[in-house]
Structures are given as structure tokens and as C-alpha cells.
Design a protein around this ligand. Structure first.
Ligand code: TRP
Length: 329
């Protein structure tokens, strides 16, 4: 729609997605698509910066797509596509590489972390990851980039690169702003509530996956770490476990934190944990049924990706053409 702000985000198809991803990203996308012109991609080009098993990557890509659709991301309302289907990403990335300094990339926190974790494979792609992400964002003349706080540095560098290019030539790229999640939108590990929930946590009960069945979900919540007093109040500093559970209950039950707190006034932790587990399991059941149905409909999924790629390429190629002209191609 004319006059609406443009919003861009992407998800890597590498994770077995957790309820943390649901609250922090998927649910957000579902809401944002009503108010902005949204481009959402599955970032498979970013995914190969660490080694992937090809068949698994292909399968996870479809699985992530089907999950987002099952959760309510609507291809009639937004442009949903696969990054590798739009060659402008790689092409703009190459140009932007010449506006990015090696020293800046070496200083990126995520590059340093991943280099430490994948010391046997510190490839150029891993180092170039932020430039590809800048290309993703800048291709679409993006106003807003909803991301987790861990992606802050990457959005900042995209802004720097855009400004550098604009100053060297003439205004070409919109300089994007990051859009961070609201308080309570970050879900922590159930077993170690000081840490963000992720699939790679040490305790297998700490993360709840979107694919977990009802019994598994409830078992994980029953084992969630709380604390030794018995008050169910939201206080992330003093009571990280209980506060995390209240955030989850609020996100999955569609209630404010205050309303969630009121629901449990005077109740015990056992009852509380069970209720949170049930709220999550109730919400997941229909999503999982739809997810499964969509995954069996390969023709539909392929159709969504094909239409998405056409729409994304049209917008991206407009920017790329301008860039090529300005640099003298
Ligand atoms: N790097 C992001 C992540 O891991 C995913 C991503 C790729 C992205 N390209 C993007 C996010 C562009 C926002 C905009 O979460």
C-alpha cells in the first residue's frame, strides 16, 4: 500500500524453533504485516556461513516456511520469500563489500563468538555476514528492521554502510532504524532463566520447541526453575525464573503481565507452572496441526516461494539498478 513504511526482517532456517522465537519474532511478524509493507525472508544464504547438511537445510527451510504460515504470516499481506531466490542479495553484497572495512568486520561481536565456536571454519562468509545482512535490508529501501537485541550491531553497520554510500554518491539508500521488542518479549531458558532460551542450551528441558507435544511441554514447565520464596510477581532482577514464566503466560494467554500476575495471586508454584505449560500447549496444538498439513502440501509451499521471489526481486532490482548506475557499471 502506498505511503506505508517498509519493514524488513529475516530468519535463518537453521534452528529448531523455540517458543522464544515465536514470542520474539514470529508473533511480531504476524502483527506487523497489518501495519507495514513487510518483506520477510528465510535467510538461507546466511545459514551456510556455518556448515550445513544440504538435505537438512532444504528440509528446515520448508519447515520454517510452513511454521511461519501456520502461525499466521500471510503471503497475501506480506512478501515472504527465500533469500537465495533473489540474486540481488549477492550482487548488492558484493558492491557493499567495497564500502566496508575489514577492521569493522573483525570487531563484530557475533563474528568473534562464531569464530570461537567454529574455529575450524572461520570462512570469509562468516566475516561478511553483516554485509550480506546490510544488502538484505538496503535493497528494499527499508524504514524499520524488527530484530532481537543481539542483532543491534548488524543493523548499525547497515546504517553506516548506507550513509557511506549515500555520501560518496548521492542519496540512494534509505537509512533504516532497528525496531526492538517490547519488554516481556524475550523468553529465557526454563532451566537457566538468566540466559536467553535457545536450542543449544545445556539443559534439554530449558528450551520448549514449537514441535514439542503436549506432554513434553507440560513436563518441561513442571521442571522450570523458580526460586525459594513463593510469590508470583514480575521482578526480572530478583525473580528471573518466575518473571520468565509470567512473560510466557502473558505472551501465550494474550494477557498483560499485570493480568497474568493477578491470575496467580495467592497460588503455589506447582499450580502456576502447570497453568503456564497448559497455556503454551493449548496455543501450540492448532499451530502444529496446521504446520503438519502445510508441510504435506509441497505444491502450495513452492507456490508461496515463487510468488514471494517475484515480488521481492522486483523491488530489490530497482535499488540494485540505481546502485549499478551510480558506481559506473
Ligand atoms: N541475522 C539475523 C538473525 O540471525 C537474520 C537476518 C538475516 C536478518 N538478514 C536479515 C534480520 C535482515 C533482519 C534483517 O537473526
Amino acid at each position: 500500500m502506498e505511503g506505508r513504511k517498509i519493514l524488513y526482517s529475516a530468519v535463518q532456517p537453521t534452528n529448531n524453533l523455540t517458543i522464544g522465537n515465536y514470542v520474539g519474532a514470529i508473533k511480531n511478524w504476524v502483527n506487523l504485516q497489518n501495519d507495514y509493507d513487510c518483506y520477510f525472508s528465510i535467510a538461507n544464504m546466511h545459514a551456510i556461513t556455518v556448515r550445513q547438511v544440504p538435505a537438512e537445510l532444504r528440509q528446515r527451510t520448508l519447515s520454517v516456511l510452513a511454521l511461519y504460515l501456520a502461525c499466521g504470516v500471510d503471503p497475501e499481506k506480506c512478501v515472504l520469500y527465500l533469500q537465495s531466490h533473489v540474486s540481488a542479495h549477492a550482487e548488492l553484497c558484493w558492491v557493499l563489500n567495497t564500502f566496508t572495512y575489514v577492521g569493522e568486520m573483525e570487531r563484530m561481536t557475533q563474528f568473534k563468538d562464531k569464530s570461537a565456536r567454529h574455529a575450524e571454519n572461520i570462512n570469509m562468509g562468516l566475516m561478511d555476514y553483516p554485509v550480506l545482512m546490510a544488502a538484505d535490508i538496503l535493497l528494499f529501501q527499508t524504514d524499520l528492521v524488527p530484530v532481537g537485541i543481539d542483532q543491534r550491531q548488524h543493523v548499525e553497520i547497515a546504517r553506516d554502510i548506507a550513509q557511506r554510500f549515500n555520501n560518496a554518491y548521492s542519496p540512494t539508500f534509505k537509512v533504516p532504524e532497528a525496531l526492538y521488542n517490547k519488554v516481556g518479549a524475550k523468553i529465557n531458558d526454563l532451566a537457566d532463566p538468566a540466559k536467553k532460551m535457545s536450542k543449544s542450551g545445556e539443559n534439554p528441558n530449558g528450551a520448549v520447541f514449537m514441535s514439542d507435544d503436549r506432554d513434553t511441554v507440560i513436563r518441561k514447565f513442571k521442571r522450570a526453575v523458580t526460586d525459594s520464596d513463593a510469590e508470583i510477581i514480575y521482578d526480572p532482577e530478583r525473580k528471573p525464573g518466575v518473571s520468565n514464566l509470567l512473560s510466557i503466560y502473558s505472551a501465550f494467554g494474550g494477557k498483560s503481565i499485570e493480568a497474568a500476575q493477578a491470575d496467580f495471586a495467592g497460588k503455589g508454584y506447582g499450580e502456576f507452572k502447570l497453568a503456564v505449560g497448559e497455556a503454551v500447549a493449548d496455543k501450540l496444538a492448532p499451530v502444529q496441526a496446521e504446520w503438519k498439513r502445510l508441510l504435506a502440501d509441497k505444491a502450495y509451499l513452492d507456490g508461496v516461494l515463487k510468488a514471494g521471489a517475484e515480488n521481492a526481486a522486483r523491488a530489490a532490482n530497482r535499488t540494485l539498478a540505481k546502485v549499478y548506475k551510480k558506481i559506473g557499471f
